[in-house]
Every structure is written in structure tokens, then in C-alpha cells.
Ligand binder design. Structure first.
Ligand SMILES: Cc1cc2nc3c(=O)[nH]c(=O)nc-3n(C[C@H](O)[C@H](O)[C@H](O)COP(=O)(O)O)c2cc1C
Length: 169
């Protein structure tokens, strides 16, 4: 697939098959994060792959309704950015981590996996962060879902390139 095809093929999936993504495949995907642009070479991206005990702890904190949503995908990874406390650097480090996340999602898409970048409220709470081991000083960016696709998402609607690009004189 060309990069353009890969970017278009990455979709938000909310329905996954039961097979988890293997540890070796996850490492391949997460290794691609290394190549994201990063000012000062801060490399702020952090990824925590949830094991069964951690997922149970998160579900307990999340409550019954939200816990069901945490069961949608067989493999969950928390993405966060390690910040320094410098406001400008922190903004750039969040950007770098978002770029790293997108690379990981594209690598998964390229392997035929379904993905979903989600930001559940529970991971913005102190208890949720503690359940998955996010220390103070890290910004939660997303709960990344991985698995086999169970249902294709509806066709995507996006604005055309002319709507968001200006060529300045
Ligand atoms: C930072 C970020 C957070 C997101 N959080 C959620 C979320 O909490 N719930 C959700 O349904 N989708 C979430 N999404 C996914 C978007 O809803 C999705 O990208 C959008 O619907 C476009 O669909 P596509 O990814 O298939 O192009 C998030 C996306 C990003 C980039």
C-alpha cells in the first residue's frame, strides 16, 4: 500500500474479533513510534500494554457501563507523553507523541489490523491513571485498541483539500 492508501485505510473500528495481537506484533507496531519527529530528541512517547489484571483494575475504577466499552477490543495500549514542565516543550512533546501514535496505527493498518484511538474519561481521573500506572508528569493521549476487524466502518466523509489549504502569496 502507498502511504496515501494506508492513511485512507486507517479507520476507527468499534467492533473487533476476539484474537489478541501478539506481543511480538505489538513490539513491531510500537517500534515504529521511534521514527516520529521529536524536538530536542525528547522522545516523549510512552506506551503501556494492558494485561488482564491491569484491565480488570481499570474496569473496577471505570464502573459497570464504561467497563463494557473496555471489552470492545482484545488488545489495549495506553499512550501518554512524558512531559518536562516547560510549557512550550510540553506542547511539542504532546504533538510528537500524537505523531508517534499515528505511525503505530498506520503500522497496524498495514498489517490488516483494526484500530481505534479512544480517550475514555476514566483515564483522565487520578484513579484511572493509577490503575494503568501513568505517573504524575505524563499526559494521557489515548487508549489504543487493536484487534482483527469484525465489521467495516461506515464510509468516511471528509472535507476536500481545498477547504483547509491556503497558498499564500
Ligand atoms: C485524540 C483523539 C481522541 C479520540 N477519542 C475518541 C473517543 O473517545 N471516542 C470515539 O468514539 N472516537 C474517538 N476518536 C476517534 C474519532 O472519533 C475518529 O477518528 C473520527 O470519527 C473519524 O473516523 P476515522 O478515524 O475512521 O477516520 C478520537 C480520535 C482522536 C485523534
Amino acid at each position: 500500500m502507498s502511504l496515501e492508501e494506508l492513511a485512507a485505510a486507517r479507520r476507527t473500528h468499534k467492533s473487533f474479533g476476539p484474537e489478541p495481537v501478539s506481543r511480538s506484533t505489538l513490539l513491531e507496531l510500537l517500534e515504529v513510534a521511534r521514527f516520529a519527529p521529536t524536538h530536542h530528541l525528547n522522545q516523549p512517547w510512552r506506551f503501556r500494554v494492558l494485561g488482564p489484571e491491569t484491565l480488570e483494575a481499570l474496569k473496577r475504577v471505570a464502573g459497570e457501563k464504561e467497563a463494557q466499552k473496555l471489552d470492545r477490543a482484545p488488545t489495549l495500549v495506553v499512550a501518554s507523553a512524558a512531559l518536562t514542565g516547560d510549557l512550550v516543550m510540553d506542547e511539542e512533546d504532546v504533538c510528537a507523541t500524537a505523531a508517534a501514535v499515528q505511525l503505530v496505527l498506520l503500522a497496524a493498518t498495514e498489517r490488516g489490523l483494526a484500530t481505534y484511538w479512544r480517550t475514555p474519561q476514566v483515564l483522565r481521573t487520578a484513579q484511572g491513571r493509577a490503575a494503568v500506572g501513568i505517573p504524575p508528569g505524563e499526559r494521557f493521549l489515548g487508549l489504543l485498541h487493536f484487534g482483527t476487524p469484525a465489521r467495516e466502518p461506515a464510509p468516511r466523509e471528509r472535507d476536500p483539500v481545498e477547504s483547509y489549504v491556503d497558498f499564500l502569496p
